[in-house]
Design a protein around this ligand. Structure first.
Ligand code: RIB
Ligand code: CA
Length: 326
C-alpha cells in the first residue's frame, strides 16, 4: 500500500485520475490539495470535493492550495474543461467540507509526520509543491517519489513549445526539478498516446451507472478541443496516466535524463528541455516516461473504475471483465 498525496487542478482528466486512485487498493490517498490551473482554485477545490462525493470517499481531506502561479498570472483552460472544470456535467454541491488549513501547510505537516517517505502525484501546475519545498526543504527526505503530469520532449499543448502544467507555472516547475526529489515526468509524448477512442469509451460506458456513464460523458465533453486541435480519435487521458504509473509502472518505460525548464524566451517559456542523449553532461534529475502500453492502461482504468470505491478498505481486486463484456 502506497501512501499518496494528490495535488491537482480538476479538470476532467484530474477527476478521472482521482476516481482511478480511489478504486485502486495499491494506493491510500492521504489527502488532496487543489491548485489554480485548468480553472480557478474556487472551482478546482470544489470539483475535487464533488468527485470525492461521487465516489463516496469521505475520509480523504481536501485542501485549497495556491490560487495562482509564483510569478506569472494564472492561465486557465475553460476552453478544454468547461466553464467550471467538469465539462457540462452538473454535480450536486458537495457536502464534504473544504479543510481550513492551507494545502501547502497540510503537505508540509503530513510529510514531516510521515512514518515512511510518501508518493506525490502532481496533476496540475507545481506551485503548491514548489512553495512547500521553499518553505520547508527538509520535506525532501520524506518524499519517496513525485510522479508529475507535465512537460514533453517534443511539443506543447498551450504553445507550440510548452505543456499546460509547466507553462502555467514554469518557475515552480524549475524549483521542483532543482529540489533533489525523485521525479517521474509523464509528458505529452506519452499522454497523447492514451486516447479515449470510441471503442474505449464504449467499454467505459458499459461499466454502468453512475461511474461508467459519468466518466464517458465527461470524456465526450472534454474531447472536442483535442480532437479538433490534433485530429485525435478522442480525449487524451493525461492525469490518469500518472495514477496508472503508481499502480503498475510496468505499463510504461522510463529514461533517466537531465531536464530543465525554459524561463527566458517568451516564445518557449515553460518548455521542458529534455536532454535525451545527455549532450549537456549535466546530472540527470528526472525519470522521463518513454513509452506506454495504451491497451494495458485502459484495461487497468476500466478494471478499477468497474470495481467501485470504498476508501475505508481496499477495493476487491476482481477484474472488470466480470462487469463489462470485452
Ligand atoms: O497538459 C495537460 C495537463 O494540464 C493535465 O494535467 C490537465 O488536467 C491540465 O492540468
Ligand atoms: Ca490536471
Amino acid at each position: 500500500m502506497q501512501n499518496l498525496l494528490i495535488d491537482c487542478d480538476p479538470g476532467v482528466d484530474d477527476a478521472i485520475a482521482l476516481l482511478l486512485a480511489f478504486g485502486s487498493p495499491e494506493l491510500r490517498v492521504r489527502g488532496i490539495v487543489a491548485v489554480g490551473g485548468n480553472v480557478p482554485l474556487v472551482h478546482t477545490q470544489t470539483n475535487a470535493r464533488k468527485i470525492c462525493e461521487l465516489a463516496q470517499v469521505r475520509d480523504v481531506p481536501v485542501y485549497a492550495g495556491c490560487d495562482r502561479p509564483l510569478l506569472r498570472s494564472l492561465t486557465t483552460a475553460e476552453y478544454v474543461h468547461g466553464a467550471t472544470g467538469l465539462g457540462q456535467v452538473s454535480f450536486p454541491e458537495p457536502t464534504i467540507a473544504l479543510q481550513t488549513q492551507h494545502g501547502v501547510d497540510f503537505m508540509i505537516e503530513t510529510l514531516l509526520a510521515a512514518e515512511a517517505p510518501m508518493k506525490i502525484a502532481t496533476l496540475g501546475p507545481l506551485t503548491n509543491l514548489a512553495v512547500a519545498l521553499a518553505k520547508c526543504p527538509e520535506i525532501v527526505k520524506n518524499i519517496d517519489q513525485v510522479v508529475m503530469m507535465g512537460g514533453a520532449t517534443t511539443h506543447g499543448n498551450v504553445t507550440s513549445s510548452a505543456e499546460f502544467n509547466i507553462y502555467c507555472d514554469p518557475h515552480a516547475a524549475q524549483m521542483v526539478l532543482n529540489s533533489g526529489v525523485s521525479i517521474v515526468m509523464m509528458g505529452l509524448d506519452i499522454t497523447h498516446q492514451a486516447i479515449a477512442t470510441p471503442d474505449r469509451l464504449a467499454t467505459i460506458r458499459q461499466i454502468g451507472e453512475p461511474i461508467g456513464a459519468l466518466v464517458a460523458k465527461l470524456l465526450e465533453d472534454y474531447s472536442h478541443h483535442d480532437i479538433q486541435q490534433y485530429g485525435f480519435a478522442g480525449a487524451p487521458l493525461h492525469d490518469p496516466c500518472v495514477i496508472a504509473y503508481l499502480i503498475d509502472p510496468t505499463i510504461f518505460t522510463v529514461r533517466h535524463c537531465f531536464v530543465e525548464v525554459e524561463l527566458q524566451s517568451e516564445a518557449a517559456i515553460g518548455r521542458t528541455i529534455v536532454d535525451w542523449y545527455h549532450a549537456s553532461g549535466k546530472p540527470k534529475n528526472v525519470q522521463v516516461v518513454a513509452t506506454i502500453d495504451s491497451d494495458r492502461f485502459y484495461q487497468l482504468l476500466c478494471d478499477r473504475l468497474g470495481l467501485g470505491f470504498d476508501s475505508a478498505q481496499p477495493a476487491k481486486t476482481q477484474t472488470a471483465k466480470t462487469r463489462i463484456e470485452r
